[in-house]
Design a protein around this ligand. Sequence first.
Ligand code: TRP
Length: 330
Amino acid sequence: MSVAASPATIVSIDECVAEAVREGLASRPKRLPAWLFYDAAGSRLFDEITELPEYYLTRTERGILASRAKEIVSLAADGARLSIAELGAGSAEKTRLLLKAAVERQGTVVYEPVDVSASALDGARKRIQREIPGVTVAPRVMDYTRGDGHKFRLERNGQQGRRLVLYIGSSIGNFEPSAAMQLLRRVRTGLTTGDSFLLGVDLVKDKATLQNAYDDAAGVTAAFNRNLLVRLNSELDADFDIETFLHCAVWNSKKSRMEMHLASQSAQRVRLEALNLTVDFARGETIHTENSYKYRPGQAEEMMAEAGFAPAATWTDERGWFAVCLGRAR
Ligand code: TRP
């Protein structure tokens, strides 16, 4: 829709963004939803994060998948033909390892990436079909995080054999524990007995390693966090003074999570013209932007079991920093 922002300008705004920002900035403490991170600039910055020396997550999980791909595919297939679906596929960079192993095993494989971003899916489809012959990509644009039943469905499309659903990259850690359980249950509902689910989770480790992973020396993560405000400035005609909001990454040991905040370094007033909204910040007041829960060993397996998946195998790196768990639908 269009809103008359001032007599001279008409700004076209996304109602979902508007609603989320209105609600988040009216909350105490203030917060903004994490999905706002991933506009084009944010997605690019996140890709950069995954290559930072401090951000061990992507590298560690990739190492596990690289050495275990064959075993994972063979366990999941269980003697039958396998198709692979992936939640939050994004650019599907680590998934190639599993797709290659599946093609080696059975000649061809159907791959169904699910993501909210149609453009990310389209890019992934083109690249994968070009680079891994034998993979048929059937993308689905879907918000798997919203639980209204019919929106989240993994249709069988008349395919034979077993399915493997991937949820890697530790994205499960960005959900509150109860929402994470809901998501696992929803995945189980979309599957048939004998199908499998592969979940990647980041594990609890020393505080310094965790904090550095979310507050790198080059400042990429800070730029990623602040990009939220850049986005509000351009999309909602706001006047956030970006540099006065400090990126904070803190380990909350009681809740076993990394928390990301943006802290106002002075008392200030911000105007969001397109929302006709004025927001005051006290000095030191924060906007809570993201949580990343870290699991203890065995916790993912317990949650999967509770959702109806019998634990089949768990693989970790030699430091025990990250776990990849396979469960079979009971
Ligand atoms: N899923 C990522 C994670 O929890 C997202 C992420 C990485 C992130 N770095 C961040 C989110 C910094 C907010 C701020 O590891």
